[in-house]
Design a protein around this ligand. Structure first.
Ligand SMILES: [Zn+2]
Length: 157
C-alpha cells in the first residue's frame, strides 16, 4: 500500500503501546498485514522491473507518496494524541521501513547486500501472497486505500 496508508496505520498502532520497541514491531506487522490486502499494485513493481513503467513515473509516484506521509506525520505530531513522540516516531518508522528498505534494494541493485535481498524476498512474499491469485484493478485498489486511510483516520481521531 501507499506510504501514506502505512504511516496512518503506524499512528494508530502507537496508541496501543507505551513501549517504543513494541511500537516499532507493531508498525512493521501493520505494514505486512496491510500489504497482504490486495490493493491493485501487484503488477506495478514487475512493470517497473520490466521497464514498462518509467523510472521517472515511479520516482514521481514515490516522491508524492512520501511527501503525503511526511505531511500526515507533521500533522499527527501537532495533535494532542496520548502516545509519546518517541513511541509515535518508532511506530511510524516501523510502519514504513519495509518499503524504505525496498528503496535501498533498488538503489543498490544489481548488487544489494544479502540483508536487503532477504527483506526484498519476504516483503514481496507477503505483498503478493493473495494478490498473485486475486488483485484489484489499480483504480479499485486506490479506492480501497482511500477507504482504509479514512477508516484509520476515524479510528485515530
Ligand atoms: Zn510494502
Amino acid at each position: 500500500m501507499n506510504l501514506l496508508v502505512h504511516a496512518a496505520a503506524g499512528t494508530l498502532v502507537a496508541q496501543y503501546t507505551g513501549n517504543p520497541f513494541l511500537a516499532f514491531l507493531y508498525g512493521v506487522i501493520s505494514h505486512i498485514i496491510l500489504d497482504m490486502v490486495p490493493h491493485g499494485d501487484s503488477k506495478l513493481y514487475q512493470k517497473y522491473k520490466n521497464k514498462e513503467l518509467s523510472i521517472k513515473k515511479a520516482a514521481a509516484k514515490t516522491i508524492l507518496d512520501s511527501i503525503s506521509a511526511i505531511i500526515l506525520t507533521v500533522v499527527v505530531f501537532n495533535l494532542p494524541l496520548p502516545s509519546s513522540n518517541l513511541v509515535m516516531s518508532m511506530a511510524i518508522i516501523g510502519s514504513v521501513i519495509p518499503d524504505i528498505l525496498i528503496g535501498f534494494f533498488e538503489l543498490m541493485s544489481p548488487n544489494p547486500p544479502k540483508f536487503l535481498k532477504v527483506v526484498h524476498k519476504w516483503h514481496f512474499h507477503f505483498h503478493d501472497m493473495i494478490a498473485k491469485k486475486y488483485d484489484l484493478s489499480i483504480k479499485h485498489g486506490l479506492l480501497l486505500q482511500v477507504l482504509v486511510f479514512l477508516l484509520l483516520m476515524k479510528r485515530i481521531f
